[in-house]
Design a protein around this ligand. Structure first.
Ligand code: NAD
Length: 256
């Protein structure tokens, strides 16, 4: 379905980003990876799906890095047809104790990076009259949780940016939508499970049950594969007129 298209997924060396990259590659899209940590493993996983794969190590908190990444993608593949703004970090603390440097980093990586990548991707998408921008927000783009001020502010911002991007391009073939996952068991969430187990002196399994029980009625994690399937839907012909949606996959979290 996506043969001949190129997808750039930020923060795709692990977790949700890698899951979405694999789902798009399974549909035939060439893939531009980004993120830190192990690069060769994810590159090999994507190449095994029979598509072309490239990587850029842009630090998504740095606008100049983002520009260099977009240029490399254009040079290698012609243009970016599908942009998935996914890179994100978390920090948990009450507002009065929240480190100012963590606030700035979360706003830069979780919110401003999506603005920069979007503004740089749009001209070529509009020229081709086809494009898909998928912002990985969070259920925290729809509701708040204590001790996550920067994350919740950034993710609400991403949902707002999604609506404006969709509206500004509503008469074109370029759509923009947000995905709002609840808990997904990735390294980002494992750290929160570990912190709970440590603080309450309970096992990892008990901490996981507590974490789900506090917020997610289904008592189940959403998987990167399920999120990848939603991204594929947004890229499909059936997604042509889905514009500015913030689609939660959260086991009922935001329905409460
Ligand atoms: P993860 O920690 O597994 O992956 C994060 C990715 O972002 C990694 O590839 C990492 O290298 C990359 N990254 C971090 N800082 C970066 C930077 N400065 N520049 C470039 N890349 C950087 O986390 P995840 O859970 O897969 O999260 C992915 C996205 O999904 C985030 O935006 C997160 O907020 C969102 N999300 C996650 C959950 C969840 O439960 N895990 C729920 C809702 C939303």
């Amino acid at each position: 379905m996506l043969k001949g298209k190129t997808a750039l997924i930020t923060g795709s060396t692990s977790g949700i980003g890698l899951g979405i990259a694999k789902a798009l590659a399974q549909q035939g899209a060439n893939i531009m990876l980004n993120g830190f940590g192990d690069i060769e493993g994810p590159k090999a996983e994507i190449a095994a799906l029979g598509v072309q794969v490239d990587y850029h190590g842009a630090d998504m908190s740095q606008p100049a890095d983002i520009e260099a990444m977009m240029q490399q993608a254009a040079k290698r593949f012609g243009r970016v047809d599908i942009l998935v703004n996914n890179a994100g970090i978390q920090h948990v603390a009450r507002i009065e104790n929240f480190p100012v440097e963590r606030w700035d980093a979360i706003i830069a990586i979780n919110l401003s990076s999506a603005f920069h990548a979007t503004r740089l991707a749009l001209p070529a998408m509009k020229a081709a009259n086809w494009g898909r921008i998928i912002n990985v927000a969070s259920v925290h783009g729809l509701v708040g949780s204590a001790e996550k001020s920067a994350y919740v502010a950034a993710k609400h911002g991403v949902v707002g940016l999604t609506k404006v991007t969709a509206l500004e391009n509503a008469t074109t073939g370029v759509t923009c939508n947000a995905i709002c996952p609840g808990w997904v068991l990735t390294p980002l969430v494992q750290k929160q499970v570990d912190a709970k187990a440590e603080a309450l002196k309970i096992s990892n399994a008990e901490a996981t049950k507590l974490l789900l029980g506090e917020k997610e009625p289904s008592m189940q994690f959403t998987s990167p594969e399920e999120l990848g399937a939603l991204a594929v839907f947004f890229c499909s012909a059936a997604g042509n007129n889905v514009r500015g949606a913030a689609w939660n996959m959260d086991g009922g979290w935001a329905a409460q």
